[in-house]
Ligand binder design. Structure first.
Ligand SMILES: Cc1ncc(COP(=O)(O)O)c(C=O)c1O
Length: 495
């Protein structure tokens, strides 16, 4: 017989009471016979079709009925015994294990209805991969120019690391990160970002996202209020939703987050999440007056400020703005930075600057999350910085992004004129445009995406009910030569 052989357990003598299903064996299948027998029994037990205490046919009988040799049956039975699905009783035979929990034969759809999840995950919106995960195209937000990254140097450093790798690199390490990378980051932040810090305050994390989550876990708990910028970074909203915190959207104007409005809305909030150097998505820089007002509120209300400094390496027309953390005399600011924009996003490397008295608490929570950062990326990154490649790459990219931004602003003004208002083009790799009232940015973005134009709808960055409509236009990964055509394309969609 060459086709599937069915061993009907019910056809065996009545001693096999309750065992009523089939063991299907297909001799032509590539799956070995013992595996087919094992899988058949196991899935019927899991589905509740074979119950605890049911007698299993002897290996000899199963082999004979199925017209196969006894060896695969013995192998499958040995495995089922070893894993505890079967048990043998001396002199009585082999049985479905009596210690298995009883399972009703409920259908899978009924079982799925009973899958209880946490309130944290229930609070999160549906997961969607960002557009840039699908393919690259004009105006994608958050993307640096990847083609100009010195990949050969990076690969050489990885190769060198691999050749010299020590046993020590294989061990669990410090939750704070690799000492030489923390040292390099602290030096960079002191000299380039005006951050007041020592290496001991630096914690290496897997991008700002982990830093935002970690800071929330350490500083807030369910039910606590936190200010967020309105509009603001959508993944900050998700972090706070997952932590079951109360989100207090505080309006942003040309000077950044309105501290007066925040105090009016909820003066007792535990934290404020801000991006003062280049606000996301509007791109404004927080004024000195607002910075001082925010620090004063934090000190008075014993609140924390989480400063997200995600893309301030690039500034056009003025010198880089010093961090808010550098102004803070009371250690109320947790500073967060990332290598996603200056290097590449899949690197997943970022850092926190933690007030000295909180270092141990942050380390304790970090240990819960992933114990410690990966060794290889930290070691190669510190070589990349120490040998000057990092500073060189930033220097090289500055005029390239400046030119892209210049062309984009000029083209928007030339081609779109009164149809849009531009905001936040003084730093970073994106700017925002507002549409004239009555336009629906999400609808336009859906149509644009079908034509490979990646427009990020401004209204998605709002928590409140009255969003403004417009787009966040990334120019980091849009070549200057491609910008006029992309703006023409945009014009077709919005005019
Ligand atoms: C406001 C803001 N913060 C942080 C990040 C960077 O996140 P990560 O370091 O996790 O890649 C982004 C990315 O686009 C961002 O827009």
């Amino acid at each position: 017989m060459t086709g599937p052989a069915e061993f009907c357990i019910t056809t065996l003598k009545s001693q096999f009471r309750g065992v009523s299903n089939l063991i299907t064996i297909d001799r032509r299948a590539s799956k070995p016979l013992y595996q087919q027998i094992y899988d058949s029994f196991r899935s019927r037990i899991i589905r509740g079709e074979l119950r605890a205490g049911d007698l299993v046919p002897s290996s000899r009988e199963l082999a004979r009925e199925s017209r196969i040799s006894r060896l695969p049956v013995l192998t499958a039975y040995a495995q089922l015994l070893a894993e505890g699905y079967f048990e043998s009783r001396v002199g009585a035979g082999t049985f479905i294990s009596s210690s298995l929990p009883s399972r009703s034969g409920s259908s899978p759809s009924v079982a799925r209805g009973q899958r209880l999840l946490s309130a944290q995950v229930a609070a999160l919106p549906k997961y969607e991969r960002p557009s840039w995960a699908e393919s690259l195209g004009p105006f994608q937000v958050g993307q640096p120019e990847l083609q100009k990254f010195p990949i050969e140097i990076w690969l050489k450093l990885i190769a060198r690391y691999s050749r010299r790798m020590r046993l020590k690199a294989l061990q669990y390490a410090d939750a704070m990160g690799l000492p030489e990378l923390r040292e390099a980051i602290a030096t960079y932040l002191r000299t380039s970002r005006g951050v007041r810090c020592e290496a001991q305050q630096i914690m290496v994390v897997s991008g700002s996202q982990q830093a935002l989550d970690l800071a929330t876990r350490v500083l807030l708990e369910a039910g606590r209020a936190a200010w967020v910028e309105e509009p603001g970074y959508w993944l900050v909203h998700h972090v706070l939703k997952a932590a079951r915190c109360r989100i207090v959207p505080v309006p942003v104007d040309e000077e950044g987050l309105s501290v007066t409005a925040g105090i009016r809305l909820n003066r007792n909030a535990r934290a404020a999440f801000v991006a003062p150097s280049h606000q996301y998505p509007l791109g404004v820089t927080m004024s000195a007056a607002r910075r001082l007002q925010l620090l004063e509120w934090a000190q008075r209300s014993r609140a924390w400020i989480i400063e997200d400094d995600y893309d301030s390496e690039y500034r056009y027309g003025s010198l880089p703005i010093a961090s808010l953390q550098g102004l803070d005399g009371n250690s109320r600011v947790i500073y967060i930075g990332t290598f996603s924009k200056v290097m590449f996003p899949s690197l997943r490397l970022g850092y926190l600057v933690i007030p000295v008295d909180l270092i141990e608490r942050f380390a304790a929570m970090r240990q819960v999350m992933d114990i410690c950062p990966t060794h290889i990326t930290q070691a190669v990154m510190s070589d990349f910085i120490r040998e000057g490649h990092f500073a060189r790459h930033v220097r090289r990219m500055r005029p390239i992004y400046a030119e892209r931004r210049r062309v984009l602003v000029a083209e928007l003004e030339r081609q779109l004129g009164d149809h849009v208002t531009i905001m936040g083009d003084q730093a970073g790799m994106h700017l925002a445009i507002f549409l004239t009232p009555g336009r629906d940015d999400r609808k336009i973005a859906v149509t644009a995406a079908r034509q490979s134009l990646w427009l990020s709808a401004l209204s998605s960055s709002y928590v409140g009910k009255k969003p403004r409509h417009g787009f966040v236009l990334g120019f980091g990964n849009t070549k200057a030569n491609d910008i006029p055509q992309a703006v023409w394309h945009l014009k077709k969609l919005i005019c």
